[in-house]
Ligand binder design. Structure first.
Ligand code: F6R
Length: 610
């Protein structure tokens, strides 16, 4: 969702801010703005729409100045518009905000009674005006910020400029991410590592309600209470700027699909030791993964779909009951969970508001919590008891692809370790399985060779208005993910069904040429899937099937067949091969329809509001 960048240094800030905002575009936004200290004072420029609108407003000769803040806004309070865009100003204060101020109406009424007038409909302007009130009393930025924080309820990351303090940026956060980028003679603030990678890979995490202050030479963090400085070791991002650029691809999504073999290798190899699964690099000790009654997996969207595969794997390999829960439901469901349960939280960004709230609830109930997260130092990674990082690198396209694959791979590793610790698999069995796991990266590389046939099939399907995905067991989980990928980026309506459910209602929608994508990778139920495909064909539907190499698909059951590579050595691993053509079909259809593949409408990469 919204993105923040701030810069204080030797370069022209407008350039740095615009570049930072470009690197934050993927988070999703509908307006953008910057403020900077110029020779003639603090100036603000903001525009509804894409960054190009803001660039047009700024013109060829960018305003000069070496310190400023920038923001991409994803509307929550007040429609996308020039006035509602950030930064917002009041008196000598100008600020940008990520998050949601829950008590903004209450605060606004207090301010209105004092005779204050509001220019926008945003909750953010309320913060600016409240801070201005406090600053007029305290005349000192840190004191005024600290007093303001006491009044705020909700989530926020704030970047603040005070007109009387040129060259200085103040920043603070609660429940929204914010980091300080450390450069040579320049420092930055940002909501996201990708925004600072051009300048530095060294950064400081800012903890809740600490107040950060940066100048070109200094980056200071003050504790939430009192004035003392906090000493903190910098972190080093191992992502490089190349990973966050398109590298010759038309879209990040297509590049990220191709990056899956590498991401899988990077995620799997550190956890394999002498043919066994070993999480000691993650400090997830065996005792943590032993002796629990049940596993509860909690996540949203694609991460939840990876969790569904995880349930199958843990149940079939370790024979322990697993439930999969949508985080936004779980958090309000009064879950039956306690100290004898393991709650696994899955999130690429580590910042998804519902998932974070579900984690906090599980902790409150005393459950063991384990996070599978891609972004190092994110809120979920910091708050879970243990964390297993996936090494997908930055995922820029809004539609998740490589993050899904590495989350799924992590579940293979976890399922095997839990199966061993629960006495369900011995070291020999694990050894044989691990050999297959180590071949996953090559298997996915082979699966990428389905790209040409996926492109052809996309051309067959592009004019459809409704599509259906069907599958059984693991293939049903894949169908849900394939369908989500298609609808989010192509805006075509699609639905996924457990194949056996089709005839309990939905089959009435199958008429001449309605496309049905059947995922049929499991040989034990292939015959059942073929029957379901025939039911569709009998009603005139157009069937595309994704199946194992060598599967016998009768001519009357499918119109097009996508065979997975013969390097799929175990059916339990087939999801990681089969997801590739599903992603490619969605991508090719969206491209043919001319959609903004990487930044689909209304969507945000990191969903930091409920
Ligand atoms: C879909 C997609 C979303 C995310 C969901 C959770 O392609 O990306 O469904 O999976 O918003 O996000 P994270 O994994 O960041 O918690």
């Amino acid at each position: 969702m919204c993105g923040i960048i701030g810069y204080s240094g030797k370069l022209q800030a407008a350039n740095v801010l615009l570049e930072g905002l470009r690197n934050l575009e993927y988070r999703g936004y509908d307006s953008a703005g910057i403020s900077l200290f110029t020779k003639s004072g603090l100036k603000t420029y903001k525009a509804q729409g894409r960054l190009s609108q803001l660039e047009a407003l700024l013109g060829e000769n960018l305003p000069e100045g070496q310190c400023g803040i920038g923001h991409t806004r994803w509307a929550t309070h007040g429609a996308p518009s020039n006035v509602n865009a950030h930064p917002h100003a009041s008196g000598s204060i100008t600020l940008v905000h990520n998050g949601i101020l829950e008590n903004y109406m209450e605060l606004k009424e207090v301010l209105l009674k004092k005779g204050r007038v509001f220019a926008s409909q945003t909750d953010t302007e309320v913060i600016a005006q409240w801070l201005d009130e406090e600053y007029q009393q305290a005349h000192e930025p840190i004191k005024a910020i600290r007093k303001t924080l006491k009044a705020l309820k909700g989530s926020y990351a704030l970047g603040i400029l005070f007109a009387e303090h040129p060259g200085v940026i103040y920043a603070v956060r609660k429940d929204s991410p914010l980091i300080i980028g450390l450069g040579q003679g320049e420092n930055l603030i940002a909501s996201d590592i990708t925004a600072i990678l051009t300048y530095t890979r060294d950064y400081l995490l800012v903890e809740e309600n600490e107040i950060a202050m940066i100048t070109p030479e200094q980056a200071k963090i003050y504790s939430p209470e009192g004035e003392q400085l906090v000493k903190r070791e910098p972190c080093r991002a191992d992502w490089d700027i190349g990973a966050a650029q398109k590298g010759g691809y038309a879209h990040f999504m297509r590049k990220e699909i191709d990056e899956q073999p590498h991401a899988l290798e990077a995620t799997i190899s550190p956890r394999v030791n002498n043919g066994q699964i070993d999480f000691s690099v993650d400090h997830v000790e065996d005792a943590f993964l032993s002796n629990f009654h049940s596993v509860q997996i909690v996540a949203c969207g694609t991460a939840m779909h990876a969790g569904m595969i995880g349930k199958h794997l843990i149940e079939s390999l370790a024979r322990i009951p697993v439930s999969v829960n949508i985080a936004s439901e779980y958090r309000y469901s009064n879950p039956i969970v306690g100290k004898d349960d393991l709650v696994i939280i899955v999130s690429q960004s580590g910042e998804t508001a519902d998932t974070l709230a579900a984690l906090r609830l599980a902790k409150l109930h005393g459950a063991r919590t384990l996070a599978i997260v891609n972004v190092v130092g994110s809120s979920i990674a910091r708050e879970a008891e243990r964390v297993l990082y996936t090494y997908a690198g930055p995922e820029i396209a809004v539609a998740s692809t490589k993050a899904y694959s590495v989350q799924t791979a992590m579940f293979y590793l976890l399922a095997l370790r839990i199966a061993y610790l629960s006495g369900n698999m011995d070291t020999d069995k694990i050894f044989r399985y691990v050999e297959k796991i180590q071949a996953i990266s090559q298997m996915v590389k082979d699966s990428l060779k389905t790209a040409p046939i996926c492109k052809e099939i996309a051309a067959d399907l592009v004019d459809s208005s409704d599509l259906f995905y069907i599958g059984r067991g693991l293939d049903y989980c894949l169908s849900l993910e394939g369908s989500l990928k298609l609808k989010e980026i192509s805006y075509l309506h699609s639905e996924a069904y457990a194949a056996g459910e089709l005839k309990h209602g939905t089959i009435s929608l199958i008429t001449e040429k309605v496309p049905v994508i059947a995922v049929a990778t499991q040989s034990s139920i292939l015959e059942k899937m073929i029957s379901n495909m025939r039911e569709v064909k009998a009603r005139g539907g157009f069937v595309v099937v994704i199946c194992q190499a060598g599967s016998n698909i009768p001519e009357d059951a499918a119109d097009r067949v996508i065979y997975l590579p013969d390097s799929v050595k175990d059916e339990l691993l087939a999801p990681l091969a089969a997801i590739v053509p599903l992603q490619l079909i969605a991508y090719e259809i969206a491209s043919l329809r001319g959609c903004d593949v990487d930044k689909p409408r209304n969507l945000a990469k990191s969903v930091t509001v409920e």
